[in-house]
Design a protein around this ligand. Structure first.
Ligand code: ACO
Length: 428
């Protein structure tokens, strides 16, 4: 039996249908609201607004659940590899062995980038942030790999190119920023091993691939692979709704991810922990007090989430991965001790309990990346590589949606009423 909500406005009562998702989530369908009532809804930050119906990722922020295409992220992190999870997100089902092998070959075949693109890297100022470079380079790919006219072929090839070339671009930007010779991708290496090799191999000290570290990188990427309608994914969908090419939509997603309240938080966490170490000798109390002070804009980076009101399930896995990596490498990271201490203090503090603020995925991920040798300013690039399959899957779903419309939110205007233009010499 279809459900409705009743809206009483003026003399009239309107019935608005309820849409029910496959996990029982309910939404009021307001698609006819303005047409029938003249009203719009107002929801800054979209905390109460569903922008689409999607079959890709399910998350429940109250219970701390995250599933890709129905499969819990915990199972994927334990048993899957990033390329397989990528296939799952984009195609909707896990690949057979044959499909997975074919996909890996396709990724290898498309891993090189046009040699001329190397000259672009040289033109960026040395201090450029890698996210700015990545966003520009992804857009530039469009010029080097122009459109193929057959739509399906174009999409499949563009998707493969992006997935494969993004890690080549990332590693290349790192090498060039250090003045080192770039390392080319190798067909005999897996996606993750290839990336680490391109980052760290050099003629003097060949990189030794360690499968445990490759596994940790895979876990990091799998945990970041999709997160339904977050800021950068919504950006990809919104930019894509203007029927822009996929490269441009992904480039916009990279730019959106850059912000410290979103993907940039992993870098911000390490900077915060370093500051606590350097300025407060590792004592977390001042940072905690500042975060609670209404008159201080400081926030604890790596805590809180728009949707999770309990422990982020990804943070739990990331914390475990962090311990495993440091143990494997036999290193101690003083920032990990500070992080664990900060978490322990926060979880007992009434302010954070009342505000439902728990560690999010970014809290421990920076320590894992540091241990792998990734420089801090590359952390958000690592997140972008991980999030790419999600962006692509969401973009593809929106392209295939028969109800797809140009995204165009409305507003309530609060500026001055109609005024007449005053010529410049008559202005007071
Ligand atoms: N430290 C201290 N207080 C916080 C924090 C924090 N990290 N996060 C939220 N709060 C407080 C706010 O001050 C506010 O308090 P008030 O209601 O007393 O005024 C309340 O919690 C709600 O905050 P909002 O900003 O409205 O919550 P929102 O859902 O918009 O924010 C966000 C989510 C942006 C992630 C926020 O928690 C934050 O800034 N966290 C730090 C940055 C971070 O870790 N970002 C990564 C998120 S995960 C990701 O994008 C991959």
């Amino acid at each position: 039996m279809p459900e409705y909500v009743k809206l009483i406005y003026g003399e009239k009562t309107y019935e608005l249908p309820i849409v029910v998702g496959s996990e029982g989530e309910k939404a009021i369908d307001i698609s006819t609201l303005r047409q029938t009532t003249g009203l719009i809804t107002l929801d800054p930050g979209f905390g109460n607004t569903g922008s689409c119906v999607s079959s890709i990722t399910f998350m429940n922020g109250e219970k701390g659940i995250l599933r890709y295409r129905g499969i819990p992220v915990e199972q994927l992190a334990e048993h899957s590899i990033f390329t397989e999870t990528t296939y799952l997100l984009i195609n909707g089902v896990l690949p057979t062995r044959k499909q997975l092998n074919a996909f890996s070959i396709l990724l290898n075949d498309n891993s090189l980038i046009h040699e001329d693109m190397q000259s672009f890297f040289q033109s960026f100022p040395r201090a450029s942030h890698p996210m700015g470079i990545l966003s520009s380079m992804v857009t530039a790919l469009r010029s080097f790999y122009p459109e193929i006219k057959i739509f399906e072929e174009e999409i499949n090839l563009t998707v493969t190119r992006l997935l494969s070339k993004i890690r080549t671009l990332a590693a290349m930007s790192y090498k060039i920023s250090r003045g080192h010779k770039v390392v080319y991708p190798r067909p005999d290496l897996s996606y993750g091993a290839n990336f680490l090799n391109m980052m760290f191999d050099n003629p003097v000290k060949p990189y030794q691939i360690d499968e445990d570290l490759v596994k940790a990188l895979n876990v990091f990427w799998i945990l970041h692979a999709d997160h339904e309608q977050n800021c950068s994914t919504s950006t990809v969908r919104m930019v894509g709704s203007g029927r822009v090419n996929l490269y441009a939509a992904i480039s916009a997603g990279v730019a959106a991810l850059w912000g410290p309240l979103h993907g940039g938080a992993n870098q911000a966490v390490i900077e915060m922990l370093t500051k606590i170490r350097e300025e407060d000798g590792g004592n977390v109390n001042r940072a905690v007090e500042r975060a609670k002070d209404k008159n201080d804009p400081f926030r604890l980076m790596g805590f809180g989430h728009r949707v999770y009101k309990t422990y982020d399930p990804r943070a739990r896995i990331m914390k475990r991965t962090c311990d495993l990596v440091l143990e494997k490498l036999n290193i101690t990271d003083p920032l990990l001790d500070i992080a664990k201490n900060l978490e322990a203090v926060v979880l007992k503090d009434s302010y954070f309990i009342e505000h439902n603020l728990y560690p999010n995925v970014d809290f421990y991920s920076g320590i894992v990346l540091r241990a792998l040798g990734i420089p801090t300013n590359m952390f958000t690039v690592m997140f972008a590589i991980g999030r790419l399959p999600g962006w692509i899957a969401q973009w593809k779903e929106s392209v295939d949606d028969p109800d797809w419309r140009l995204s165009r939110p409305r507003q309530i205007y609060a500026g001055p009423p109609s005024l007449n233009y005053v010529p410049v010499d008559e202005r007071q």
